[in-house]
Design a protein. Structure first.
Length: 144
């Protein structure tokens, strides 16, 4: 028996966030909208009144919401794919760097750089000001 952590099943995602479910919902509301329009036309209602019918408006609004949700699902799917590609690329770069380090190529280059460049000085000493002797202190200020 497989233990599941979610009430939604194995894919750990709410069904309403799946593209197939949203497409089925869209088909359902399209069919309902068409049925309502057909029934109103059979009753002899004109097109202006049909477009103002509350149920038809409700169905069209639902279809619009579902289209927006489908676009969002597609955008998230594309974003996830690009992020996975970036992760795989970084992982491949790290593995290549590690393989090069194991081969010793990087270590040799770092050792050569360290031998060529002396360590930087921690602080620079200021040169004495012009006209003053190196050990001469300032004269104390006069008080009035």
């Amino acid at each position: 028996m497989v233990a599941r952590n979610s009430i939604f099943g194995e894919n750990e995602q709410m069904p309403s966030k799946e593209q197939s479910v949203r497409e089925a919902q869209k088909e359902y509301f399209l069919r309902k909208s068409e049925e309502r329009i057909q029934s109103l036309k059979e009753k002899g209602v004109d097109d202006v009144a049909i477009s103002k019918d509350p149920q038809v408006k409700r169905y069209k609004a639902k279809i619009k919401q579902i289209n927006a949700a489908l676009q969002r699902i597609d955008q998230l799917r594309r974003q996830t794919e690009t992020l996975q590609q970036r992760k795989e690329q970084k992982r491949a770069e790290k593995e290549a760097a590690r393989a090069a380090e194991i081969a010793g190529e990087i270590k040799k280059k770092e050792k050569k750089k360290a031998e060529e460049e002396p360590p930087p000085a921690k602080g620079k000493k200021k040169a004495p000001a012009a006209g003053k002797a190196p050990g001469q202190a300032k004269a104390p200020a006069k008080k009035k």
